[in-house]
Design a protein. Sequence first.
Length: 174
Amino acid sequence: MMRLRWSVPTIGLLAILLLASGAAAQEEDLKDPTCAEDPDQMGCEGSTGDHPPCPTNLAGYAPETGGVFMSYQLNSFSDVKIYRSVDGGEMEEIAYKEFPTPRFIDHDTEPGKTYTYGVTAVGMHQYDENVTAEGESPMCGTIEVTTVPFFPSAMTAVLVSGIAVVGYVAMRRK
């Protein structure tokens, strides 16, 4: 007579429990971290879903060649509106960037001025096959950039001329 024996390996049961708890943790990780800052954006629990998620990681700098270079990370397939204020003035829309452009260069700047930039997410965003949102998010954070002051070219020429003369005297041969 053949005997069948059932056994449930404890390691297998432990692996199933760990996988189940890992899946729950992974689902939690998929939630948008910007929900804490803006709970009405689409995809957040209890949200009205009336606008797409904000771009994040807004950064900018003013190169010596002039203007301001700005970048941001897109969190959806939405377009972006870029706003600017000059020396603490009112924010005005200066650009509309279509997806997937995560950067902007502002050439309309003056040397030595401080500019504040902000972005919003706009347009339609498909969260899943059943839910979409249209509209514009609130301002998604701001950055402040001061452009490089202008130095007169005469000052630069004198400095360059002085170096050239010193270099010529030091390099002279007989």
